[in-house]
Design a protein around this ligand. Structure first.
Ligand code: PBG
Length: 331
């Protein structure tokens, strides 16, 4: 019998295009560049509080000078934006949180310092009362209740002070109802038409924020938890409604937070709303990966893989404490 000309073969040899680096490069579907990163930094006004955060090895609380140097580093690495988180004096935290809209609070001083040093770098802020609140909550607390509408008024004051200081992007992370519309209206009214809003739209009540609360000095203070305003991790539909609502109220961009355990939400938000979509790879995710890397249990490549996964899930960009190290690896 003659040998058949067509030998039996698997219907699809998917390994064919994985054979060499160039073939793999030709067919890669998403990529990660420094332009996809937003770098969150902590800035302190408390003498002696600068330096490494115990639960976030490799991440430091910075002085104002340190923040300027970080901005220069971001610019050198082509990271387009930095996000400022203030660590303020414990003695200046009050129940009414008035420091939150003080033009000279540490957050606003950091905005001005960075804009003076690297004017082109986009500066993002966090809008929530927790860094200045005696009880650690994102909203005003009266008789154990987190007040919604009164908090929104305070957030508006905070936002206007940040816009005045030169912020390019405001990041409301408080999860009060109606804040996006209120902020947008106030910004337009005050002539800050170009200031963008990146809403922490689908923000879940997560245990992954633990190290962040150490970083901003809120850990010992938080009375109770944030479950009356942040979304239950079990709820996908509610998260989508938050995103729909925030976009309708005028958010320019939306965020899913935390990131890695919520990639399903990222994909669905992108598919449904086709809006600029970001994820926050939060402090606990950083601590988990960096801790394992430092112990030699995981290789540094997990940083890239974890961030690429956000791109695959539809995100336009990611807030990550790995931003400078990853940008260095990519350079
Ligand atoms: C608070 C805020 C939090 C984070 C960003 N803004 C913590 C919280 O909601 O308790 C978390 C970021 C992180 O964990 O890296 N408004």
């Amino acid at each position: 019998m003659a040998t058949p000309i067509v030998a039996p073969f698997p219907a699809a040899r998917l390994r064919r295009l994985r054979r060499t680096a160039n073939l793999r490069a030709m067919v890669h579907e998403v990529n990660l560049t420094a332009a996809d990163l937003i770098w969150p930094i902590f800035v302190t006004e408390v003498a002696g509080a600068e330096g490494e955060i115990a639960s976030m090895p490799g991440v430091e609380r910075l002085t104002l000078d340190g923040a300027k140097r970080a901005a220069e580093r971001a610019a050198r690495l082509n990271i387009p934006a930095i996000c400022i988180f203030p660590h303020s004096d414990q003695d200046l935290k009050t129940e009414s949180c008035e420091r939150a809209w003080d033009p000279d609070n540490i957050g606003n001083r950091a905005i001005r310092a960075i804009k003076e040093t690297v004017p082109d770098l986009a500066v993002m802020t966090d809008i929530a009362l927790d860094p200045y609140n005696a009880n650690g909550h994102d909203g005003l607390v009266v008789d154990g209740e987190i007040l919604n509408d009164e908090t929104v008024e305070a957030l508006v004051r905070m936002a206007l002070a940040q816009a005045e200081a030169g912020a390019d992007i405001l990041g409301p992370s408080d999860m009060m109802d109606g804040r996006i519309g209120a902020l947008r209206g106030a910004l337009e009214g005050a002539g800050h038409r170009h200031v963008a809003i990146l809403s922490y739209a689908a923000k879940f009540a997560s245990a992954f924020y633990g190290p962040f609360r150490d970083a901003v000095g809120a850990s010992g203070r938080l009375v109770g938890d944030k479950k009356t305003y942040q979304v239950n991790p079990a709820n996908r539909e509610e998260a989508l409604r938050c995103v729909a609502r925030d976009l309708a109220e005028g958010a320019d961009m939306v965020m899913v937070k935390p990131g890695m355990p919520y990639l399903d939400i990222c994909r669905e938000v992108k598919d449904r709303f086709a809006a600029p979509t970001f994820a926050y790879q939060v402090s606990g995710e950083y601590a988990m990966l960096e801790g394992a890397i430092r112990n030699g249990w995981l290789s540094r490549e997990v940083m890239l893989e974890s961030l690429l996964a956000f791109r695959r899930a539809g995100c336009d960009g990611v807030l990550s404490y790995f931003a400078p190290s990853v940008a260095e690896m990519l350079a």
